[in-house]
Ligand binder design. Structure first.
Ligand code: ATP
Length: 202
């Protein structure tokens, strides 16, 4: 799976539709202070399912919507789409039936976020698992933000282990284990209710 293009519309400072071609060999973004480098990286994390507003340097998720400037009114929605080259069919099962995969996240004021994968509505969890299974995602250590290297050096062993697990592509398994444990607990509760009913009938 190779990211080939990132499209932003109304996301933070990118009020006008902006197309970023992710060519082979692109490893960093440089530019003057305040030009939007971090916003680009945040757009990439956001479309992959980031759900913590603090990771977007905001107080609420709607803070990612263009907030207006002296010459332009605020927007009502923000949209980011990530286009993935899937010619080699490396996308996980359920997403790998086309040469190109387009994942779109849109947030509308007072409505919230909605996701699409190749024009089909999907859940946030589906998008998060798609990227986790491909060893990437909103928390991928491959996306290095400012100050992250010194954080890594100063991190406690447990936090460092989490980063290594992300890199190894096993973080999706933790999510699945957590969901399986919740289901198991639900089944155990139901079983004990059945036992109570059987006891009452006996
Ligand atoms: P630096 O090199 O200083 O870290 P940068 O290139 O990473 O800067 P960003 O932090 O990506 O720049 O962009 C900051 C700009 O984005 C600021 O001008 C800020 O006002 C603008 N911005 C952030 N959120 C919004 C928003 N919701 N609406 C409009 N503009 C926004």
């Amino acid at each position: 799976m190779r990211f080939s293009r990132l499209r932003l519309n109304g996301f933070k400072s990118f009020v006008d539709p902006t197309d970023l071609v992710i060519a082979d060999g692109l490893t960093g973004v440089v530019g003057p202070n305040g030009c939007g480098k971090s916003n680009l990286l945040e757009a990439l994390r956001w479309v992959m399912g980031e759900n913590r507003p603090t990771a977007m340097r905001g107080g609420g998720m709607e803070d990612v919507i263009f907030a207006g400037a002296s010459t332009r009114p605020a927007r009502n929605f923000a949209e980011v789409s990530l286009i993935i080259d899937n010619a080699e069919r490396l996308a996980p099962a359920g997403f790998n039936d086309a040469d190109q995969l387009e994942v779109v996240r849109r947030i509308t004021r007072d409505v919230g976020s909605a996701y699409k994968a190749n024009t089909k509505d999907v859940r946030a969890r589906d998008v998060q698992m798609l990227f986790a299974d491909a060893s990437t995602g909103a928390h991928s250590p491959a996306l290095v933000r400012q100050g992250q290297i010194s954080e890594l050096i100063n991190a406690k062993p447990k936090a460092r282990r989490r980063i290594l697990e992300e890199a190894a592509g096993i973080s999706g398994l933790y999510q699945r284990r957590h969901e399986a444990e919740l289901k198991l607990r639900g089944a155990e509760t139901n079983l004990s209710r059945v036992d109570d009913v059987i006891e009452q009938l006996a």
